[in-house]
Each structure stands twice: as structure tokens, then as C-alpha cells.
Write a protein that binds this ligand. Structure first.
Ligand code: FES
Length: 104
């Protein structure tokens, strides 16, 4: 397992253990840990309710055109915004720090 950290509104970082051998996306891992992520489209890069801001992250594969299109239309887009459903959990993600940006 790896550990991902989710920073809350108070700047505190909550450690989230995530298995790497289940083929999960980051969205699925966050949802499984009861974070406030709707993921309405089920991980198809169509809803952007899984929006996260990466605060500390390793080099990741570039977002697809579909993901970029969704991100560009977000009112709260940040430089390091990503759709968490489009990020596959791999051992390289150990220590990743993110903020959940879905607002609903
Ligand atoms: Fe819908 Fe990620 S779950 S865009």
C-alpha cells in the first residue's frame, strides 16, 4: 500500500492508505475513504466532480484531451488541477498530497 495525503480546509493533512494492486483510480480510492467526491460520471472524465488540486506530486502522465477539456471549464481551476478519476494509483504516487476541489 501507499499513503496519499488529503489536505483539508484547515491545512491539516489526512493520511489515506491506498492499495496499489487493485487497479484503482485515485477517485475510487478517495471515494472508498469517504471523501466528498460524487464522481457522477463514474470515472469517464465527463463530470469533473472528482476535481483535485495536486499540491505535491511526482511526474504524472499528461492529461488526455477529454480531461483537459473538462478542466478548462472549471471555475476553480488551478495550475495543478486534475480529474482524480483519470489518475491510476501506482507505487509512484506514494506521498502524494492533494486537495479535494469538488464544490457541491
Ligand atoms: Fe466524472 Fe472524474 S468521475 S470526471
Amino acid at each position: 500500500d501507499i499513503t496519499v495525503y488529503v489536505e483539508n480546509a484547515d491545512g491539516e493533512r489526512v493520511a489515506v492508505p491506498v492499495p496499489t494492486d487493485m487497479g484503482l483510480s485515485l477517485m475510487e480510492a478517495l471515494k472508498a475513504n469517504e471523501f466528498d467526491i460524487l464522481a457522477t460520471c463514474g470515472g469517464m472524465a465527463l463530470c469533473a466532480t472528482c476535481h483535485v488540486e495536486l499540491l505535491e506530486a511526482p511526474e504524472l502522465p499528461e492529461p488526455s484531451d477529454d480531461e483537459l477539456y473538462m478542466l478548462e471549464n472549471l471555475p476553480n481551476l488551478r495550475d495543478t488541477s486534475r480529474l482524480s478519476c483519470q489518475i491510476k494509483v501506482t507505487p509512484e504516487l506514494d506521498g502524494l498530497v492533494l486537495r479535494v476541489m469538488s464544490d457541491h
